[in-house]
Design a protein around this ligand. Structure first.
Ligand SMILES: [Zn+2]
Length: 676
């Protein structure tokens, strides 16, 4: 009778293991001679795994050595079998993954499925149905039965969530979040990054008061952007009761990161806190200052508001500006409700608390102006004929909106449910064409003043060079606004227009610190909530599933990218910020010589791509006040003056333009695309 292994001496165990290993290798060599396919899989996986186990266990003591009998080699060890070793059965008889399984399966069906499910936000019911079908059709070895095993859903979420601050809070960790986002965006660890912070409320369901307050960060480095990502999330029936409690863990970590930088494999990345970007509610909450309806609500100047028709207005444009020192010393105590938790950071509490143009200009000022034209009984309301004309023009424009815009313009009657991007489209591109000749001249000129000022502040090449000019345009707009729309219209948003040029001077063009990217992230966060029960648990589970995904290599695109039809014809060219085709509405562009061009054919000749089309030879400015529109390459173009041009190389394409119809048949309006 062979002795039981545990009763053998250490030396005897060693000898036995060696003997078994030799026999095992011999059996593999023999099988190689008879079955090439089988030996290939064995030699690639099994021996390495077994050897490692044996060696590891030599060091750690024999008693825990476990492996298959060497004289009877196991079948080829595949990713799926390794995967099975990580499963365990819980009390509900459901399989879960322990630790970091899937190491070999990441590039497999299971790994790719996990990435796809996360990207597409597929529901757990759909995943389970899909797994059932795939397992039925020959993938039972590779795939588990349950979505939780596939996606590595945490077994217990409750231990990650604290009950605090009038609700529940989960913290994901700042340094980990930043490193994770950096890994997604770049394969090298940068030396320096700029960081933006956003805190905003997110209504979870329209039928309840349940809301989330995520703390989001986004990063900018070497001309690239990464994030946004959630560092922590509060969930409750209202906003967190205390900003101090809400930001406590985040601020503590942020101080360390700002002082010591981010560390990875011996490299250090310096983190620069660039700005806190919030809407008015979020900003007054985290800075512990008065809100937008208060007398001392302006975050940039010490203007005291006035009471006018049931609300506070801020008509004075020359009040002394706040400074970081005056803020921290609370020189105007009426402005503060408490000491802000952000004051513990090395941050300029005034200039680095940015005014976000998505909320301020698009959803604030632009919406207010449309409301004045459409609904208000204030003397500037449009008559029904003008409204009909506007609707007709908007309908005409719908087919002329290029592919860079996700939404086609809707009638202005729907302005109350317009998204910020629709107001941006109206303000920067379509509004000057739609309103021309319909709106009263002074109102139209006033609207153009705002449109041009925001266009300058959105353009990275112009926002600093023409900053003073944009600032003077905004002051003119606000001064005229009081005259045109009345004192009662001088709301917080209108007043704050006089401060945004300074923010641009400090932080770059408006799009570099706007809430657009944060709002998009909040939408994806909300989409993770599938049922009304425990929304925070659902979001946390989905985020941890994403965290456990294999690292995605940063996607590098080399522009321009050529898209071809099945017949090998070129149908589209993707430049970094826009696309050009040979058809409307994606055919109009501005050449390096600032000529307005209409592409008619894109083709390849001797390995080089060329564009043939027409060049407009006669055009005139669309408007001349408050400045001549040709300064910003906004033209009224006469189509009949177009001449053919041939073989224009792609390097000659400078900017894409919107090609908007004009009431006169032979003309169209070209407006350069500026937002990215
Ligand atoms: Zn102010």
């Amino acid at each position: 009778m062979p002795k039981i292994r545990q009763t053998l001496s250490r030396q005897r165990k060693h000898q036995l293991i060696k003997k078994e290993l030799a026999a095992y290798e011999l059996s593999i060599n023999e099988s190689k001679k008879t079955d090439n396919e089988f030996s290939l899989s064995i030699s690639q996986s099994a021996p390495i795994v077994e050897n490692v186990h044996i060696q590891d266990n030599f060091n750690n003591g024999f008693d825990r050595v476990t492996f298959s009998p060497p004289h009877a080699p196991s079948p080829p060890i595949t990713g799926s079998l390794q995967l099975e070793e990580h499963f365990r059965i819980d009390e509900h008889n459901t399989t879960f993954l322990e630790g970091g399984g899937f190491s070999k399966a990441e590039a497999s069906l299971a790994g790719e499925l996990r990435v796809w499910i996360s990207d597409q936000n597929i529901s757990k019911q759909s995943v389970n149905s899909l797994l059932k079908i795939l397992r039925k059709h020959g993938h039972s070895d590779e795939l588990p039965q349950d979505y939780r095993a596939l996606l590595q859903t945490p077994r217990c979420t409750s231990d990650k969530i604290d009950t605090t601050n009038g609700g529940y809070y989960v913290h994901f960790g700042l340094a980990e979040t930043l490193k994770r986002e950096l890994k997604k965006a770049s394969d090298t660890f940068p030396k320096k990054i700029d960081m933006y912070i956003n805190c905003d409320g997110l209504s979870v369901a329209s039928s309840s008061r349940s809301e989330m307050w995520p703390i989001l960060v986004s990063i900018c480095f070497n001309g690239k952007r990464a994030g946004p990502a959630a560092v922590g999330i509060h969930w409750g029936t209202s906003k967190p009761t205390s900003p101090h409690k809400y930001l406590e863990k985040f601020i503590s970590e942020l101080k360390t990161v700002l002082n010591n930088g981010l560390h990875s494999n011996g490299s250090v990345c310096n983190v620069n806190l660039k700005a806190v970007v919030c809407d008015t509610l979020g900003r007054s909450f985290v800075t512990c200052t008065k809100g937008h309806s208060a007398y001392f609500g302006c975050t940039k100047c010490t203007e005291k508001g006035e009471w006018c028709v049931n609300h506070v207005v801020l008509p004075n444009l020359n009040a002394p500006l706040r400074s970081d020192e005056s803020f921290r010393m609370k020189l105007q105590p009426e402005h503060h409700s408490d000491v802000s938790p952000l004051e513990a950071l090395p941050i300029n509490m005034v200039t680095q608390n940015a005014l976000d143009y998505m909320h301020l200009v698009c959803l604030g000022v632009m919406k207010r102006m449309v409301e004045e034209w459409m609904d208000r009984t204030n003397g500037v309301r449009l008559n029904s004929t003008s409204k009909k004309l506007i609707e007709q023009r908007i309908l005409q424009l719908r087919s002329c909106i290029p592919s860079e815009f996700s939404r086609k313009p809707r009638p202005l009657a729907y302005f109350r449910i317009y998204k910020a991007t629709e107001f941006r489209l109206f303000l920067l591109y379509t509004g000057p064409v739609i309103l021309k000749g319909i709106l009263d001249d002074n109102l139209y000129k006033n609207f153009l003043t705002l449109s041009i000022a925001i266009r300058i502040l959105c353009e990275p090449e112009l926002c600093i060079a023409l900053n003073d000019y944009a600032n003077s345009l905004l002051h003119t707009f606000v001064e005229n606004y009081i005259v045109l729309y009345g004192l009662k219209s001088m709301t917080f948003n209108i007043h704050n227009l006089i401060h945004i040029a300074d923010d641009v001077k400090n932080m770059g063009c408006l799009d570099s610190f706007s809430c657009f990217c944060f709002e998009n992230f909040l939408k994806t966060l909300k989409a993770k909530i599938k049922t009304a029960a425990n929304p925070l648990h659902q979001v946390v589970n989905r985020l941890y599933e994403e965290f456990s995904l294999p690292p995605q290599t940063a996607e590098y695109k080399c522009f321009p990218i050529v898209h071809r039809t099945n017949q090998d014809q070129i149908k589209k060219i993707d430049f970094e910020a826009f696309s050009i085709t040979a058809k409307s509405p994606d055919r109009c562009f501005m050449s390096a010589n600032n000529d307005i061009m209409l592409s008619e054919r894109v083709y390849e000749l001797n390995g080089e791509i060329f564009i043939d089309g027409k060049m407009i030879t006669v055009n005139e400015p669309l408007f001349k006040e408050p400045c001549i529109s040709s300064t910003f390459h906004v033209y009224l173009n006469q189509i009949s003056t177009a001449v053919n041009f041939e073989k224009l190389p792609l390097t000659s394409v400078k900017k894409k333009c919107l090609e908007l119809p004009h009431s006169t048949d032979d003309f169209f309006v070209s407006v350069p695309l500026i937002h990215h």
